[in-house]
Design a binder for this molecule. Sequence first.
Ligand code: SAM
Ligand code: SF4
Length: 330
Amino acid sequence: MSRLIDNFGRQIEYVRLAVTDRCNLRCQYCMPAHGIDIVPRQELLSFKEMYRLIRVLTELGVHKVRLTGGEPFVRKDFVGFLEMLSHNDLLDTINITTNGALISHHISKIEKLEKVKNINLSIDSLQRDKFAKITRRDVFPEVYKTFELLEKSSLNLKLNIVVQSGFNTDEILDFVRLTKNKNVAVRFIEEMPFNGKGQREMNENWTFKKILDQIKTEFYLSEIQSEKSSTSRNYSIKNHAGSVGIIPAFTRTICNDCNRIRITSVGKFKNCLFDDGVFNLRDFIRKGASNEDLKELFLSLVKKKPKTGFIAEANRKKGNVSESMSTIGG
Ligand code: SAM
Ligand code: SF4
């Protein structure tokens, strides 16, 4: 079998697919208050097209997919798509990133899907008012209910917290305290300028190191040996049921072992979060490309994968990063 190997010997095994650009929330670090210009429905990949792209990728060695968005559960019959994707025998893991506001009644059904293993739940504050300020929607009670249901479920749960200067840095230790009795991986993410406007306005720069130092003011951390291509550095705390991780999304110290590619909701192929889209897969398949054509294409596209996110950013033709994470798929 041909495998997707880039020019730096990295084998691509993981694809992140944005199933929609739509979202029910308006997180301040992701998009402006009025939202983003969403594309007409016919410009989104259909579930059938997504299934096919993933199938071809799995025939080239990809075995993991993360479904994200926008908010994946905003897309009509997303759970049906999870079932459809589960039929791909070459896929062993389906992970989902969600804001949790629409999913509590789907959890028991999702639990039955063997390939769905990890749910990343985004929850940037444990305080209702602050949560509403950050997401611009008052949905904390529903998201917290999802959190509690997921915690009790058989799914592996990770919490995503974007660390935002002036908003939730005072809660970093509260989130770490959650891991005492809850078997959950709490992961802090450095804020990036993917917010629909491009600026990264902040009083203090909460880097990986600053977040780590803040946690160390109260806890003694032992580093956990993570998977080689992990996006986070992870730590355990003695007598805590859960773990803590930090994702250096902006300082990008994790690029060396990257095994990921991305497909946006309109079918743009991305080798890196920071590139500006390398190829329009949707138009290619809508013009009649065969699966063999697609395979050849994927094999050549990954050869263009830049060594790091900094190089990807420098190579952009469309200027500084400014697009919303919701259109890329986080
Ligand atoms: N709507 C879903 C959610 O919020 O989980 C999935 C899509 S969202 C774009 C995926 C992840 O990207 C979320 O954890 C979100 O917090 C994160 N994210 C969005 N914009 C970001 C930014 N500018 N910097 C860092 N992380 C960001
Ligand atoms: Fe929506 Fe997720 Fe972006 Fe928040 S981070 S606006 S929930 S896509």
